[in-house]
Ligand binder design. Structure first.
Ligand SMILES: Cc1ncc(COP(=O)(O)O)c(C=O)c1O
Length: 419
């Protein structure tokens, strides 16, 4: 028995899917301690948008450490933080005319969501949050209350209250059904005798990543944004997994013509697995915080600021986003024939997040396990784990992308034909 089996908590999970010991990693490849290489279509659950050991980030962090740059500073001012913030403002916020403030918290997505919920409740004086079926927002109690998945909710040990889950108006279901449901909801909110309370906020992912790569319909999202405004609720976009370039532009909602009050970012924003989370908050809401009210020891780690600033340099021109669009095309071209060949398969996605819905968790598991044996890291998500999710680093070389797709397509064909 190795140290992990002997001593690591039973809660360990991904290491059971990939039961090897990884030693090194570069861009979209990881190598285990026996020298076997794997192509990475998992990218740390959407953290490593810019690849493992990104050379620009690595060099910047080494230089920072060698210059005795401050590594830990709570939320004190440092040069690393100043440079990250200035770059974020000039590269991301100003070009979009966004006046949002940047709130740093503990470096997890869950923590960003917690902060957003607190502020929405304060801003409105309301208790309830409207979240969505199949949404995933994290594991701490407030965020978990917004997460829909029963397996995770069951671990809470206390009632998860004050959140209502509504159906997502997804592209797959079509605009009409989503818009009809919203119209009904609007009627209820506006009717003082409906008994249905207006929420403090709508918390929504534009693409539900863990929930099965469910893409929110554009007109539904716009109607939701309009409804939020009309009833005085905040619109919180959780862009933790699908932001930072994943869909072909910095924010997943850049082309959706909505204006969120709070945007939650984490995962990729810190660069290369160097943890960082932040909320972008409209100033009129941000001013409702008092100093230190949502505190945390690791609010903005300087190495994450250094690597995160390098990540922003990818958005100074459109070279990476053009690559994302080209890679997305390659991915769709490879997977679309599967949907034609097998009635049970659905392929959906935007940019470089693509879901291969194979109709059953058992099949998806076989695909994930066989891909692993053949040297491809990929994971499943969605109800019962039936959707194989492709989220490779955006910087993956074209040859690695093709090699990984070839493994996935051949494996899927084999598994589908066997059942
Ligand atoms: C959309 C979304 N929100 C929140 C979270 C929670 O982030 P973390 O695991 O860093 O707490 C995740 C994690 O997968 C996520 O995908």
């Amino acid at each position: 028995m190795n140290i992990f089996e002997q001593r690591e908590s039973n809660i360990r999970a991904y290491c059971r899917v990939y039961p090897v010991i990884f030693e090194t990693a570069i861009n979209a490849r990881q190598t285990d301690d026996q020298g076997k290489e794997y192509i990475d279509f998992f990218a740390g659950a959407g953290v490593l948008n810019f690849g493992h050991n990104n050379p620009r980030m690595k060099a910047a962090m080494i230089a920072y450490l060698q210059s005795n740059g401050v590594t830990h500073s709570l939320d004190m001012h440092t040069t690393a933080k100043r440079e990250f913030m200035e770059t974020f403002v000039t590269t991301i916020l100003e070009p979009r005319g966004m006046s949002h403030k940047m709130q740093f918290m503990g470096p997890t997505g869950s923590n960003a969501v917690e902060a957003a919920l607190k502020l929405a409740r304060r801003a409105t004086g309301r208790l309830h949050i409207a979240a969505f079926s199949h949404g995933f927002h994290g594991m701490t109690l407030g965020a978990l209350a917004c997460t829909a998945n029963q397996y995770f909710r069951g671990a809470a040990g206390v009632p998860l209250e004050h959140v209502t889950h509504l159906p997502l108006g997804s592209e797959k279901k079509g605009a009409d059904s989503g818009l009809a449901a919203l119209a009904q909801l609007r009627e209820n909110y506006l009717d003082p005798s409906s008994g249905i309370e207006r929420p403090a906020a709508f918390l929504v992912e534009t693409i539900q990543a863990e929930g099965g790569v469910n893409i929110a319909d554009r007109s539904w999202l716009q109607a939701l944004a309009g409804l939020a405004k009309e009833i005085g609720a905040l619109l919180i976009i959780d862009d933790i997994q699908v932001g930072c370039g994943r869909t072909g532009s910095y924010f997943s909602f850049d082309d959706l013509d909505i204006d969120p009050d709070i945007i939650c970012l984490a995962k990729g924003v810190g660069g290369m697995g160097t943890p960082l989370a932040l909320n972008l908050v409209k100033p009129e809401y941000d001013k409702l915080w008092s100093p230190g009210e949502h505190t945390g020891t690791f609010r903005g780690q300087n190495l994450s600021f250094v690597a995160g600033k390098e990540a922003l340099s990818y958005f100074e021109n459109d070279a990476l986003m053009q690559t994302v669009n080209a890679h997305a095309q390659t991915m769709n071209n490879a997977l679309a024939p599967l949907a034609q060949q097998f009635a049970d398969i659905d392929v959906r996605g935007k940019g470089m997040i693509i879901g291969l819905d194979v109709g059953s968790g058992e099949r998806a598991k076989q695909i994930v396990n066989t891909c692993f044996e053949k040297g491809l890291l990929i994971a499943s998500c969605g109800t019962g784990g039936r959707v194989v999710k492709l989220i490779p680093p955006l910087t993956i070389p074209a040859a690695d992308l093709q090699e990984g797709l070839d493994i996935l397509v051949a494996t899927t064909q084999h598994v589908m034909e066997a059942v």
